[in-house]
Write a protein that binds this ligand. Structure first.
Ligand code: ADP
Length: 478
């Protein structure tokens, strides 16, 4: 079978660099698409930490005029992923995160990611030295938003383009005065094209120029047409509704598998989960938790709704529940979480930080995972929860609503429930969901049924990869 070719353009990719779910998706797609007849290569910046990795990789593409210096693309393979690293030291070889240092965004972020996008568009037009040239360019989020725009504005093209919105809250803002610096045509600076509230948004640029727009769940695709969720871009999404599609993310089932945890278990041999639970309680210094042991693994930001926990937790603890939480982010929220641990010693344990291994132990040992987001494009932790029989308790937004079947009377009667969905995202509804959680947990037979059903839900990449492949096939240019 000759493989069709797609270039994925992104700022993060597991296992190389990750700040959020975007990286998981970008890292998982190449493997998932290979089985669908698509060879995906991923281009991303060679941040400082990645430069040693690609030091000896062959150069496959170069440009001397890359926004103030030379940029060289090097090709290699990492965990089976064909990776193209854009080495441009003047843009990426610096201390700090991909987007900021010490909390402040790099002032030249517009140029840094315009450069990535420019190189991707150039590769799409001219190909690599080995002759490889994509038929589809797949841009991810604001960091890659200019790539479809450069292709669209650069004359006739035979490469089709897709942009995926992983989170519309990040829009890639730049001053209007940057237009020519960013190599964008002045005549496109109007409301129907590049102009955005008097300036520029690389995300909008991608959304108005790409052949298709996708986002990471069907529900989020609908939500994005409304002002509460579209965050200024709802008009663009609505205007292009016919070309907008929601495709759920999957999870890597080999990495997220209860059979691979300290005490392995499966849906039919569930006994090991209790041992993981006991170990988790010990690790967090919890005493006996008679009710459900809830877990939270999350960035601590306003989006995630963690500010509701102090309001709802006392009743939940009073009903026998416990909580272990792992997260980092907003200092005020970090302090609030530590305060909860201090108020409920033996029942609430909190770790501030980022720790993937610990997150695995938490999913293996928890009874339920709480995801009270105000908005959630897709969300991954509720899907880990399904796979681990760690019942998701989620807000009725985005991918959370698309992946969980709530335990209402009809679903319980039919035996289809996999979790609890509450609406709206506020303390009253959240508290109600936790009350229901405690009640379900107390009914051993019902609990076992929900857990079995949750663990049987498909959360892998198969369906999503097939959907992306169909999308690419549908936009191929002759
Ligand atoms: P978002 O991308 O908005 O943060 P997602 O649910 O899509 O939310 O993805 C978050 C990913 O990051 C998941 O894989 C989750 O397990 C992981 N994660 C978040 N916070 C932590 C943490 N403190 N420690 C370990 N993993 C974390």
């Amino acid at each position: 079978m000759t493989m069709k070719r797609v270039l994925s353009v992104a700022s993060e990719c597991v296992p190389l660099v990750k700040t959020g779910g975007l990286a998981d998706v970008v890292g998982a797609l190449p493997g998932a698409l290979a089985g669908q007849g698509w060879e995906m290569r991923v281009v991303l910046p060679a941040y400082r930490a990645l430069r040693p990795l690609c030091a000896d990789w062959p150069e496959v593409f170069a440009r001397d005029d890359l926004f103030g210096g030379r940029g060289v693309v090097k090709a290699g393979e990492v965990d089976g992923i064909a990776v193209l690293l854009l080495d441009a030291p003047h843009l990426y070889d610096r201390e700090g995160g991909p987007y900021n240092s010490g909390g402040a965004d790099w002032p030249d972020n517009p140029q840094r990611f315009a450069a990535l996008s420019w190189v991707a568009a150039e590769i799409a037009r001219h190909g690599l030295v080995d002759g490889w040239r994509p038929q589809v360019l797949h841009a991810h989020d604001w960091q890659a938003g200019f790539a479809p725009a450069y292709l669209a504005f650069g004359g006739p093209r035979d490469v089709a383009t897709v942009i995926t919105i992983h989170n519309i809250a990040f829009q890639g803002w730049a001053e209007a005065s940057m237009l020519s610096t960013l190599r964008l045509p002045a005549h496109e600076f109007h409301a129907a094209s590049l102009e955005y509230y008097g300036g520029l948004s690389s995300l909008k640029a991608g959304m108005v120029t790409a052949d298709r727009i996708t986002t990471v769940s069907p529900r989020y695709a609908e939500e994005l047409m409304r002002p509460e969720f579209g965050m200024g871009l709802q008009g663009i999404v609505a205007a292009r509704a016919a070309e907008v599609q929601g495709i759920l993310n999957g999870v890597d089932e080999s990495v997220w598998s209860p059979e691979a945890e300290a005490v392995p278990y499966t849906a039919t041999r569930i006994r090991g989960k209790a041992a993981n639970r006991a170990a988790l309680c010990t690790e967090f210094g919890l005493e006996e938790v008679p009710g459900p042991l809830a877990i939270v693994v999350s960035r601590l930001t306003d989006q995630k709704g963690m500010d509701l926990l102090p309001e709802v937790l006392p009743e939940f603890i009073g009903a026998g529940g416990g909580l272990v939480m792992l997260g980092s982010g907003d200092p005020a929220l970090e302090a609030a979480m530590l305060d909860l641990a201090a108020r409920f010693p033996g029942r609430v344990g909190v770790r501030i930080g980022y720790d993937e291994a610990l997150s695995h132990r938490m999913f293996a040992g928890g009874d339920a995972v709480l995801v009270p987001s105000r908005f959630e494009p897709c969300g991954l932790t509720q899907m880990y929860g399904l796979r681990y029989g760690t019942i998701p308790v989620v807000a009725a937004v985005g991918g959370l609503a698309d992946t969980v079947i709530t335990a209402n009377p009809a679903a319980l009667a039919a035996g289809t429930a996999t979790g609890i969905i509450f609406h709206p995202t506020d303390a009253t509804a959240f508290a109600g969901a936790l009350r229901q959680l405690a009640a379900l947990h107390a009914d051993a037979k019902l609990w076992a049924q929900i857990r079995r059903r949750a663990m049987a839900q498909p959360v892998g990449w198969a369906a999503s990869a097939a959907a992306y492949a169909r999308l690419y096939d549908g936009i191929l240019r002759p």
